[in-house]
Ligand binder design. Structure first.
Ligand code: IFM
Length: 470
């Protein structure tokens, strides 16, 4: 195995999302989102953590862009908070909300960083949830109106538009298991929501084309690689089903304009198939410019007739080492996912829109090496270090496998590390750290972890070393 050189112009980047970093939830006219409501409901997040302050990026965006510039990244993926633009989801837009993103975009352009904007990364205006949220088909139309407004106003300033981040998570974790906002627990609703999300994507793509917005548009899916737990026929079939609900349920409509027949039949038998109207599938299946893939881990599937919510499949973690999320570290999976999707669906272009890992990072004093974790401090980035070799290994090995996929012919054009900063990890609050930059939440100080220096070097060399081949 040799060192891998990435193609010239490869878009190395970092990713974040509005509710996870911005804070300033009541500032400049922002409306309430479902995550404000959910995180403020006792028992929904670890330690009752909320995004009220998060990384205070709303006020510190210049400093954060300066970190990106120092990293040398060519691109930044962030998300726009719908309730900043339309505080109640629709109606009168809030100029101050838009102005924030204008300031951010200006700063990015000054630094020569190409912006990728996600239009929906889970912070639905609460006022729309009060009208049924994504289970209400009208929300798809309201999303398209919001998307059209933002794309028109920011036309020419954004290189890549991403309609949705991980619709499976929104539908399943938000509406079936209830671990995410809005916290519903109903499998039928989950599939209705998935359909309305896809529909809203199609409507937004249509608006993008009609408005002749500059740049490119796509969607981000969390592709969960599924392997059978054993070679038994039942487990092989279970893996196929799980891949069906996780992945094909989104990929097939987006690239073929139809739901996968095998899963549709199972849902119909359980009376949980969503209502689909004439024309829906054509809208959803409109050509897009790229597919964004978020890859983190793989899942093993075992047959389990009683697991109704997952169509008779029990999900297991693989045997490999785990991140702090308990997710198996499985770098060959990113190669398998990229080559598999390229062969099966042939998207014009692909981006890894997220990849990264949470580990138990320890802040240490640089000179003595003494740990100061948890001590309130007058810290400076120079005085403190975070030796996160586990994250360096994780990233390096995934970069390497992505490079192999490019060599195999996959049109992978960029790679966004999740995440620039430690941030609000949804139901886990601030207990999980995904950043390559450490955030001391007591002071809001940003401290580069070793992985940030490592990434800086990867970007500068546009290459990954052969030591990450294994
Ligand atoms: O933090 C999330 C992000 O919002 C969506 N993708 C997965 C990340 C890690 O769980």
């Amino acid at each position: 195995m040799a060192r891998i050189q990435f193609p010239k112009g490869f878009l190395w980047g970092v990713a974040t999302a509005s509710y996870q970093i911005e804070g300033a939830v009541a500032e400049d006219g922002r409306g309430e989102s479902i995550w404000d409501r959910f995180s403020h409901t006792p028992g929904k997040t670890v330690n009752g953590d909320t995004g009220d302050v998060a990384c205070d990026h709303y006020h510190r965006y210049r400093e954060d862009v300066a970190h990106m510039a120092r990293l040398g990244v060519r691109s930044y993926r962030f998300s726009i908070a719908w309730p900043r633009i339309f505080p109640t989801g629709r109606g009168t837009p809030n100029q101050k909300g838009l102005d924030f993103y204008r300031r951010l975009l200006d700063a990015l352009h000054e630094a020569g960083i190409r912006p990728f904007a996600t239009l929906y990364h889970w912070d639905l205006p609460q006022a729309l949830q009060d009208r049924g949220g994504w289970a209400n088909r009208d929300t798809a139309r309201w999303f398209a109106d919001y998307a059209a407004y933002v794309m028109e106003k920011l036309n020419g300033q954004v290189d890549g538009w991403i309609t949705h981040n991980e619709p499976w998570v929104v539908a399943y974790i938000g509406h079936v298991t209830g671990e995410h906002a809005p916290g519903l627990k109903d499998i039928r609703t989950g599939f209705v929501v998935a359909h309305n999300l896809l529909l809203s994507h199609g409507l937004a793509v249509q608006a993008f084309r009609q408005l002749a917005v500059k740049g490119e548009i796509g969607i981000t899916l969390n592709i969960q690689l599924v392997h059978p737990a054993t070679e038994r026929d039942e487990d092989v079939a279970a893996a196929r089903r799980l891949d069906g609900v996780f992945n094909r349920w989104y990929l097939d409509p987006l690239f073929r304009g139809e739901y996968p027949q095998d899963i549709w039949e199972l849902l119909a038998a359980e009376e949980v198939a969503p209502p689909v109207r004439e024309g829906d599938m054509q809208l959803i299946g409109q050509p897009i410019d790229f597919l964004g893939i978020n890859y983190y881990s793989r899942t093993l599937a075992a047959a389990s007739p009683e697991a109704r919510e997952t169509l008779g499949v029990r999900m297991l973690s693989g045997p490999g080492p785990k991140t702090d999320m308990g997710w198996e570290i499985y770098p060959p999976g990113i190669y398998e996912v990229l080559t598999g999707i390229h062969q099966t669906y042939k998207p014009k272009k692909l981006y890894i829109t997220e990849n990264g890992a949470a580990f138990r990072d320890r802040l240490q004093e640089r000179r003595s090496g003494e740990s100061r974790e948890g001590r309130p401090a007058e810290r400076s980035g120079q005085e403190y270090v975070v030796h996160d070799q586990d994250r360096i290994d994780y990233l390096g090995r995934h970069f390497y496998q992505a490079g192999r996929a490019i060599q195999a012919g996959v049109p992978l054009a960029g790679y966004f590390v999740w995440s620039l900063l430690d941030n609000f990890e949804w139901a886990f609050g601030y207990t999980k750290r995904f950043g390559i930059i450490y955030v001391d939440y007591s002071t809001q100080q940003r401290i580069w972890k070793d992985s940030a220096y490592f990434y800086q070097q990867i970007v500068a060399e546009n290459a990954v070393d052969e030591r990450f081949a294994e």
